[in-house]
Ligand binder design. Structure first.
Ligand code: TRP
Length: 458
């Protein structure tokens, strides 16, 4: 890239995050969501506990962290959202296709994410009317299964979609950011309360050993691919969310250090969710591999024997819904920004059409545990297919192209200039590790895991 082009890129003035805390709050607001509270425990339970956690940690460090930093470098360098960013930084070659893949995966994720966020709404309602006060572990489980197999999840899913559409149309995204900044710490404290309760249950030791004592015999190519997919999903990587956010980050923000903070904080929230859930699983003899119902069955049971338990259950699901809403908004922003920037639609049009599309196709995910449970495509329900195709294929592919672009196209000079704030930060050591990872290690790992996982799956 020549210097004239660089100069002109930096002149573009854009609205951005005003403070470092703002950067951390906004990116964490996107990262923390159902991924930590629902997907992480579900997958850890299904894939054998500690061994999966170990693989997930490796994927986060060797893949997640470098891809996060790469997305920020692209976004901040180009001052644009994903498709436009690639076009600006490399006008001649079709790297912007990565952006199209991103828009596709944003929809795939929203199809099932809104269904799960809908279950959370239903559970807020159920805990308010006191549905769980009379339940025992067995009936809590059959209650969820019956609920999810019915038709009412569509209603809750549409409520979720209407909610985020209203937020975006009203333009209160900034307000949401402010609210998230206050509510994330409350969620954190509430998780701490859950943890303390769960860790004093009789099954605590079994739960902890499930989460931290690895049994590597459970690992297959498919399990490693699942861990990689979770690392992408969790940190909102591979589809352009973090690239877009990178374009709002100030020029004097320390990118590598902030990326590390985000990854650690996100991991802490996931581990705290795991520490609340698995001791409960072993105390009440639930099956850790029960899958998607896990969160919805254990949390009401965690609070069952706690004073003001009903209040805590309501609060827990409300905070979960808020975390999910923050993540969903950051996801919807990807197609909306694409339609506005590339197709010149108005923001209102772009939002309404994206929301309607999600509400229409998303129904198939909401009905997957019910009437569509036998409708299988490549052996998977709609719900699982949307999840698999996005997390396990499109996001890693997006991440692969992002790494190749930064490592091989932008190259070392631009990386060091951008990630050291034009030499103001003296972080050469970290940057040479990062440059090496992003060029050789991360892309190779992604390709190997993808191939191993897909072969195992076929
Ligand atoms: N990270 C969020 C979660 O864990 C989900 C999410 C938000 C996401 N934006 C994303 C996932 C972009 C992939 C890409 O719940």
């Amino acid at each position: 890239m020549n210097t004239r082009k660089e100069g002109s890129l930096q002149q573009v003035k854009r609205e951005g995050f005003a403070t470092s805390i703002g950067v951390v709050a906004a990116t964490l607001g996107s990262a923390v969501g159902l991924g930590n509270l629902w997907k992480f425990p579900t997958m850890t339970g299904q894939n054998g506990g500690a061994a999966f956690l170990f693989l997930y940690l490796i994927c986060v460090i060797l893949v997640g962290l470098p891809v996060l930093l790469s997305e920020w470098i692209i976004g901040r360098r180009a001052s644009s959202a994903i498709v436009t960013a690639f076009k600006k930084l490399e006008p001649k070659q079709p790297w912007y296709f990565t952006g199209y893949a991103g828009v596709t995966s944003a929809f795939l994720i929203m199809f099932f994410y809104t269904a799960v966020a809908g279950w959370v709404y239903a559970y807020i309602f159920k805990s308010i009317i006191g549905a769980f006060t009379v339940m025992n572990p067995l009936s809590a489980q059959s209650h969820f299964v019956q609920f999810a197999a019915g038709a009412s999840p569509i209603f809750w899913q549409w409520l979720v979609i209407a909610g985020i559409t209203a937020v975006i149309i009203a333009g209160v995204t900034k307000g949401i950011e402010r609210v998230t900044k206050i509510l994330l710490p409350i969620l954190f404290i509430l998780l701490l309360v859950c943890d303390i309760r769960a860790l004093t249950l009789p099954g605590a030791a079994a739960g902890i050993s499930f989460l931290f004592k690895p049994d590597f015999s459970q690992i297959t190519g498919a399990v490693v691919l699942a861990a990689l997919g979770l690392a992408f999903f969790k940190l909102s990587l591979g589809l352009g969310t973090m690239t877009t956010y990178g374009s709002y980050i100030g020029k004097n923000e320390n990118l590598p250090r902030t990326a590390l903070k985000i990854v650690l904080a996100d991991m802490l929230v996931s581990l705290m969710a795991g520490l609340a859930i698995f001791p409960t699983v072993f105390t009440y003899n639930f099956e850790p591999s029960m899958g998607p119902p896990l969160l919805f069955v254990t949390i009401p049971m965690v609070f069952k024997s706690v004073p003001y338990g009903q209040f805590f259950t309501i609060l827990f699901f409300i905070l979960t819904e808020i975390a999910a809403t923050g993540a969903l908004i950051s996801m919807l922003e990807v197609p909306v920004a694409f339609l506005v920037e590339e197709l010149k639609w108005t923001r209102l049009q772009a939002t309404l059409v994206s929301a309607l599309f999600t509400a229409t196709v998303g129904v198939t995910a909401a009905l997957s545990p019910g009437i569509f449970s036998d409708t299988l495509i490549f052996g998977q329900t709609f719900f699982d297919l949307f999840d698999f195709a996005s997390s396990n294929i499109l996001l890693p592919l997006g991440g692969l192209f992002i790494c190749l672009f930064v490592g091989w196209k932008l190259g070392k000079g631009v990386i060091i200039d951008e990630a050291s704030n034009s030499g103001a930060l003296h972080n050469e050591g970290i940057l040479s590790v990062y440059t090496f990872l992003v060029k050789y290690v991360t892309p190779v790992l992604i390709v190997v895991i993808l191939l191993a996982g897909l072969m195992n799956w076929i």
